[in-house]
Design a protein around this ligand. Structure first.
Ligand SMILES: *Cc1c(COP(=O)(O)O)cnc(C)c1O
Length: 371
């Protein structure tokens, strides 16, 4: 049996009776950029997340970039983040001429370790980007406490964590801003690129709303440098429909995760599942395990041969990426993250995954690990 890591066509089949007429409606409306579909989605997303402002932007990457710009981060500043993430997280910092300063992660939750943050704060530090990795919330209370003490701004990278909760509140409501991605493979995926910034701060909301349209507070009058970074009406209309299903999809992911967890917890520490700390309600954008007997690469190769989808998030930690060579990090600087990068593998978890498929995946992984 072949099992895909992710099959977006199954979701499309389920929704096409609602989505196809909507796509035609948007096409016929002539309202393609900003406009009513975007406004409707922003209002609905703000309500869902439980935040005052939701601002549609062109991508998750831009959601982070515009947040940092709105915080006033500029060349020479430092921004603290995790080395165990997708490249966009540190790329946006470096693209502003600022310096990403990495803080190692907790080996169980795989999220930034709040206890290691304060030692990395200097007079140049302006902000922190905690990432809710794979859909599990970072431990936000201690992070916000440190930020308050040192007058830093916090942008949650919630690109993998729409619907995730931290102590009963949704991610994206905890920092000064939250950044979300609607890249098609994310838990809430568009039919192209898209993103969202959330904030409870009126001033940040206004500034980000202006940064996404060329820094223009008043039409044709440009007061600050901005970007062309808008969510388009077609994507917003599709996301409007999909948002109605997000909780069901996240629950289906959680059910798949619960099944895998039961199987892998019975392997006596051979296959260790990412910890779901008691402060978070995980939404399993990825289901990631650590293979503790050195057979990760073997499992990766064998699954590929057998047609079982899997991926290694992440093979290279951010501090060792070539694009960050100028930062001067070397192997050994972030031991926990480097260890994770040698042990982790992510398995199929998407909501439409069938029971026979997940059973086949779990059984095969255990067999190879024990071989
Ligand atoms: C996907 C992702 C991004 C970037 O989102 P895009 O919409 O692809 O620009 C940023 N950070 C993390 C952790 C992500 O997973």
């Amino acid at each position: 049996m072949k099992v895909p890591l992710l099959d977006l066509t199954r979701q499309y089949e389920m929704l096409k009776d609602r989505i196809e007429p909507k796509i035609l409606e948007v096409a016929q409306s002539g309202k393609y950029i900003m406009g009513p579909y975007v406004k409707e989605f922003e209002e609905k997303a703000a309500k869902y997340i439980g935040v005052k402002h939701a601002i549609g932007v062109a991508s998750g990457t831009d959601a982070l970039l515009l947040s940092l710009e709105a915080f006033g981060v500029k060349a020479g500043d430092e921004v603290i983040t995790t080395p165990f993430s997708f490249f966009a997280t540190s790329e946006v910092i470096a693209n502003l001429g600022a310096k990403p300063v990495f803080v190692d992660v907790d080996p169980d939750t795989m999220n930034i370790d709040p206890e290691l943050i304060e030692a990395k704060i200097t007079e140049k530090t302006k902000a922190i980007i905690p990432v809710h990795i794979f859909g599990a919330s970072a431990d936000m209370d201690p992070i916000m406490k440190i930020a308050e003490k040192h007058d830093l701004k916090v942008c949650e990278d919630a690109c993998q964590a729409i619907g995730t909760e931290y102590k009963g509140n949704k991610t994206g409501t905890l920092g000064h801003t939250g950044g979300f991605s609607f890249f098609p493979s994310k838990n809430l995926g568009a039919f192209g690129d898209g993103g969202l910034v959330t904030t409870n701060d009126d001033e940040l909301a206004e500034l980000i709303g202006v940064l996404r349209k060329h820094g223009s507070f008043i039409r044709y009058q440009n007061d600050i440098l901005g970007h062309n970074s808008r969510l388009d009406g077609m994507q917003a209309a599709i996301l409007n429909i999909k948002l109605d299903h997000l909780d069901d999809w996240n629950n289906a992911r959680r059910a798949n995760a619960a099944y895998y967890r039961e199987v892998f917890d019975a392997t006596d520490g051979l296959i260790v599942v990412q910890d779901e700390a008691d402060y978070t309600r995980h939404t399993y954008h990825q289901f990631t395990v650590k293979i503790e007997n050195g057979k990760r690469d073997l499992i990766h190769e064998k699954l590929k041969e057998l047609g079982i989808g899997n991926a290694i998030y992440y093979t290279i930690p951010l501090h060792l990426q070539k694009a960050h060579d100028d930062l001067g990090y070397k192997t050994g600087d972030m031991p926990v993250t480097e260890d994770l990068c040698s042990k982790v593998i992510s398995l199929p978890i998407f909501p439409e995954l069938r029971e026979d498929e997940r059973e086949h995946v779990a059984k095969t992984v255990v067999e190879i690990a024990r071989s």
